[in-house]
Design a binder for this molecule. Structure first.
Ligand code: PFF
Length: 512
């Protein structure tokens, strides 16, 4: 008899899944990407990527987790033992390749939340961030000691995550998501409304975010292909696909469930959140540019530059409410980050619990302690460089590779029609047959193209100004280290009954 936890409610599951998807990427990646890639016109490749890769894969991950009632390693092993290594690789890379530094970035946000009280960053926010806060060293090998305020923020993040994941999903992650997500939506709406009304905001939103620059998205024009690759990459990252997170979350769903409906709701709400947050980001940058009399193109930034340099600078320009605005912004980042971080931890822990049968409390505690120790490297003076390299490699190669593997496994080894039949048996609306074609052919081919483009760019221009050795150690090395860990973990034998499905075949004629 199964003892696997079950979500307490459909809303609880949806909020947790949306919580995983909505993260730092929605706030600091989407808007900037749209700006760089055609403004409003970017919505076209973005929507195409959502329809052709995002939603079909979300359905696939939900279906796989739900059908096998297992995290990726066991789900993969039940289909074919040969594929188990890849089932390990996905949550392992999610944990070691993303969460170790994701926790540190949340740690930065915690520091900045407190800095907002009196705008500690002063007037030169860029110098403050790199020199006074990060104390960034010259390169990724110059660790030069831990930065204790960053370490403290990171440790706090791990403790909160541990506290949430320690309990069963319906008490821990579900309850946390029930608090986090409504809070995040309300705070974000306040931020958007506030930013909207700043002088110069609406003009910037219109001109740089909404007005389409169609020429940019022509895939045949020079640089046009890059826009499409960016759109596919962003869809993957933003929906938390390719790392088995959604497989794990769906494994806790009750038997009767609408896989298609859940996938549509999660994907669409996540993208809508990105789009709406873009108004706050562009409004705030537009306001700052207008106040300082600098062109928008000089003021705009994405990633950490947006959150820790441009935003503090914009806050400096506010006539009133500097403290509240700053706290609000960093709180949004913290909450969005935490709800993603717990999903990364859960996928890895759930994989271990499946295989070794150890109690959740023990696994989560050990994993969080190891994770906090691993994060320490990112709290050193070289942290920001290492983070940049790991992030680049894991996101450009790890996610998409994970997606291709899933398509091959479900589309060809399990067979797409079997997965589709399962989906249509356990809930509605029904999934049209075209999904089989997408999963078997179109989605993996598109993902291969994205991977090919990423490799081409990698070899035609060196990433950042890092040495080859640094890129090999922290980029490729990180991906291979995860593979090594996966190979070790897969070598342990499964307890015999585990590889058999938990429900009787007559319950579901497809479970052969
Ligand atoms: N989706 C999250 C974001 O947009 O920030 C980040 C993320 C979480 C990516 C979990 C991948 C993942 F597996």
């Amino acid at each position: 008899m199964s003892t696997r936890s079950v979500w307490g409610s459909k809303a609880g599951f949806l909020l947790a899944a949306i919580g995983s998807a909505v993260g730092l990427g929605n706030i600091w990646r989407f808007g900037y990407m749209a700006y760089e890639n055609g403004g409003g016109a970017f919505l076209v490749p973005y929507a195409v990527a959502l329809i052709l890769a995002g939603i079909p894969l979300m359905i696939l991950e939900y279906a796989l987790g739900h059908k096998e009632k297992a995290a990726p390693p066991l789900a993969f092993a039940r289909i074919s033992r040969k594929w188990e290594t890849m089932g390990w690789w996905m949550p392992t890379i999610a944990f070691f390749g993303i969460n170790l530094f994701y926790a540190v970035v949340i740690g930065w946000c915690i520091n900045y939340f407190f800095f907002s009280f009196s705008q500690v960053w002063g007037s030169d926010t860029g110098t403050f961030f790199t020199q006074e806060f990060l104390h960034a060293s010259k390169g990724p090998f110059q660790l030069e000691g831990i930065q204790w305020p960053i370490f403290a923020g990171t440790l706090l993040t791990w403790i909160v995550c541990w506290f949430i994941c320690f309990r069963d999903v319906n008490h821990g992650i579900e309850k946390a998501s029930m608090i986090f997500m409504p809070l995040l939506f309300v705070l974000t709406l306040v931020l958007v409304a506030w930013s909207f009304r700043l002088p110069g905001a609406w003009e910037a939103i219109k001109e740089h975010y909404l007005i389409p620059r169609w020429g940019k998205i022509n895939p045949l024009a020079p640089g046009g292909g890059k826009v499409w690759v960016a759109a596919f990459g962003q869809i993957f990252f933003t929906l938390s696909l390719g790392f088995g997170i959604m497989i794990t979350y769906a494994s806790y769903l009750p038997r009767k469930t609408s896989i298609v409906g859940n996938a549509l709701i999660t994907s669409i709400l996540n993208c809508l959140y990105s789009f709406i947050t873009g108004f706050a980001v562009f409004g705030t940058i537009g306001f700052m540019a207008a106040q300082k009399g600098v062109p928008f193109s000089k003021a705009v930034a994405g990633g950490p530059g947006l959150a820790f340099v441009v935003y503090p600078e914009a806050i400096n320009q506010l006539p009133i409410g500097k403290t509240i605005f700053g706290m609000l912004f960093f709180l949004v980042l913290i909450v969005a980050g935490l709800s993603s971080s717990i999903s990364l931890i859960e996928a890895f822990c759930s994989s271990i619990m499946d295989k070794f049968g150890w109690a959740r409390k023990r696994v989560v505690t050990v994993v969080c302690i190891l994770g906090a120790m691993g994060s320490t490297i990112f709290t050193t003076r070289a942290g920001v460089h290492i983070l940049d390299i790991v992030d680049h490699f894991v996101n450009n190669y790890g996610l998409v590779t994970g997606g291709i593997i899933e398509c091959l496994l479900v589309g060809w080894v399990l067979k797409a029609h079997i997965a589709r039949k399962h989906i249509n048996q356990v809930g509605s609306p029904p999934l049209p047959k075209i999904w089989n074609v997408l999963i078997r052919f179109l989605t993996p081919i598109l993902l291969l193209l994205v991977l090919g483009m990423a490799l081409y760019t990698e070899f035609s221009a060196r990433y950042g100004d890092y040495s080859t050795l640094a890129l090999l150690v922290f980029g490729l090395g990180w991906l291979l280290a995860a593979l090594l860990i996966s190979l070790v973990l897969m070598r342990y034998a499964w307890p015999k009954e585990k590889l058999q499905r938990e429900h009787k075949p007559d319950e579901d004629p497809l479970m052969v």
